[in-house]
Design a protein around this ligand. Structure first.
Ligand code: PHE
Length: 442
């Protein structure tokens, strides 16, 4: 008999799933996506999708994990007796490989920045610093490959230690600290000359800025930040004990994610305006702009270093959920195989991540469909595989699972939310996802 991993308490589950959700998505990806897709209009669409699509889907994934209680390349068969439906789990697993491949690139940048700032290689004394230094850092193929290698290695070591011993405990103080830092950055950023323009850019939705592509990206952003459609959240819920509180956990994760995304926006956009950057800088946005803000603070260099460490921590609690999904699927929850599987999966991710990282240096010129190789990997995951996975699960839940069973696992229904949630998942959300899909191909 193999023993399925389990959280010791429901707090362990909440902390881990919040850790999975809150990461680069909210802090790094949100500002750059908003910058490229019209600022306030993007924020508005992101909020609508996160609350009306993301939240019910997160509740759905938690419910499925709690009901099925097994790894996600088996759970669909277990729940429906239809083996071919496990393909939804495999789709999620594929998504996670590619996602980790490009996620580790940014994780690697953070590590390189930590070293550079700690060793004072990146200094704040030079006016041209942030943009120029950024290009120099990420334009170096070997350095960035090394950075992401370290990021993957750190993730691997943590996952090898097993769920119980993970980072959940540390996140109890690291996450609040990160919030505090974000708030300090926001205050500083808002006090800069010219900040108002940036504030207006991110807060005022100009409806004429809404494009079909922006709608798709906003949906993808909600999926990405909430880790939806990869079945990662199903995996975490499958480890949870009976007492886990699905709705409260989902609502608090969504609320925290929105808060961090908005704070990241308020930290970055006023500074963009104040320092004369373009909002459309792309993936390097955060790394170019933030040093400038810290430069305005007393002990800026030291604070920046602490911020980077907290940022790395948030990225790691997400990347461990990416690797954990592989471990769960390929060990079939047999913990004795955890170490070799974590090792092989990490090696594969490392290989996949190399073209992604080189998209910022020697493969910069390779551009097709959504942009660079990095952009295409992101597009494939966030805008195709994740929505597809979520669509598959809505169809299973809405069409094949027994309503009373769902209701039992949904738990206490004081606010009579089960029925609206159920009908949303059964009829509305699949149509919304399909429509957005179809429109992008026209
Ligand atoms: N939600 C994570 C983030 O925002 C990324 C992620 C996606 C993690 C899917 C796990 C699964 O950084």
């Amino acid at each position: 008999m193999h023993k399925q991993s389990q959280w010791k308490s429901s707090t362990g589950f909440i902390l881990a799933s919040a850790g999975s959700a809150i990461g680069l998505g909210a802090m790094w990806k949100f500002p750059y996506m908003a910058g490229v897709n019209g600022g306030g209009a993007f924020l508005l669409m992101f909020l609508v999708f996160t609350i009306f699509v993301g939240l019910p889907l997160l509740i759905m994934e938690f419910t499925v994990g709690k009901m099925g209680k097994t790894y996600t390349t088996k759970i669909y068969e277990k729940l429906t007796q239809k083996k071919w439906l496990n393909i939804i789990g495999w789709n999620g697993n594929l998504a996670v490989f590619i996602l980790f491949g490009f996620y580790s690139v940014i994780g690697g940048w953070i590590i390189i920045y930590i070293f550079n700032v700690a060793l004072q290689i990146i200094t704040f004394s030079n006016d041209t610093l942030s943009a120029v230094q950024f290009e120099a850092v990420i334009g170096n193929p070997w350095l960035t490959i090394a950075g992401q290698g370290v990021f993957i290695l750190l993730t691997m070591v943590i996952v090898m230690m097993g769920v119980e011993k993970g980072l959940e405990k540390a996140s109890k103080f690291m996450m609040p600290l990160l919030f505090i830092f974000l708030i300090i950055i926001v205050i500083k950023s808002l006090s800069l000359d010219g900040a108002y323009e940036g504030l207006k850019y991110i807060l005022q939705p100009r409806l004429e800025d809404i494009t079909m592509e922006g709608v798709l990206f906003a949906l993808g952003q909600s999926f990405f930040t909430l880790s939806l459609g990869t079945t990662g959240m199903i995996t975490y819920a499958s480890y949870a004990s009976k007492e886990m509180t699905i709705k409260t956990s989902a609502v608090s994760i969504v609320a925290m994610n929105i808060l961090v995304s908005v704070l990241a926006g308020l930290a970055i956009f006023p500074a963009i305006a104040a320092f004369g950057y373009k909002p459309t800088e792309g993936p390097g946005l955060l790394f170019k702009v933030l040093p400038k803000v810290f430069d305005q603070m007393a002990m800026g260099q030291e604070f920046y270093l602490i911020f980077l460490i907290l940022f790395l921590f948030a990225a790691l609690t997400s990347s461990i959920s990416l690797l954990e999904l592989n471990v769960s699927n390929f060990t079939k929850n047999d913990n004795s195989k955890r170490k070799p599987v974590a090792l092989y999966a990490s090696l594969l991710v490392f290989v996949i991540s190399i073209p992604a990282t080189l998209s910022f240096s020697i493969l910069k010129g390779v551009q097709f469909a959504a942009g660079t190789i990095f952009d295409n990997m992101d597009f494939l995951v966030s805008n195709i595989l994740m929505p597809l996975g979520a669509l598959g699960t809505t169809l299973v839940v809405g069409q094949l699972l027994n309503k009373d069973d769902l209701k039992t696992h949904f738990g206490n229904d004081k606010f009579k939310l089960f029925m609206p949630w159920y009908y949303l998942v059964k009829f509305v959300l699949p149509v919304v996802i399909i429509l957005i899909f179809i429109v992008q191909f026209i």
